[in-house]
Design a protein around this ligand. Structure first.
Ligand SMILES: [Zn+2]
Length: 76
């Protein structure tokens, strides 16, 4: 009985390595693909994080500015 990757269906002779899971197998090619997707997601998350960070920084700058204005104008 040949062992096949449960994701792409290739058998153990067609790929470099088949990794055994609980009830399934995954080949090195599918693992590579998953890694690529994970990296893409990480990159997207990083971009989103950085843009959120930029937004927060602007907010903080604005708050600091407001604070400065309030300090300089006690009646404000
Ligand atoms: Zn596969």
């Amino acid at each position: 009985m040949s062992i096949n990757c449960n994701f792409c269906g290739k058998n153990e002779k067609e790929v470099l390595k088949l990794f055994k899971g609980n009830e399934a197998y995954i080949c090195n090619e599918c693992v590579d693909l998953c890694n690529e997707i994970t990296e893409d997601l990480a990159e997207e998350n990083k971009k989103e994080f950085m843009s959120n960070l930029g937004f927060l920084k602007k907010k903080i700058e604005k708050l600091e500015n407001d604070l400065r204005i309030t300090k300089n104008n006690p009646s404000f």
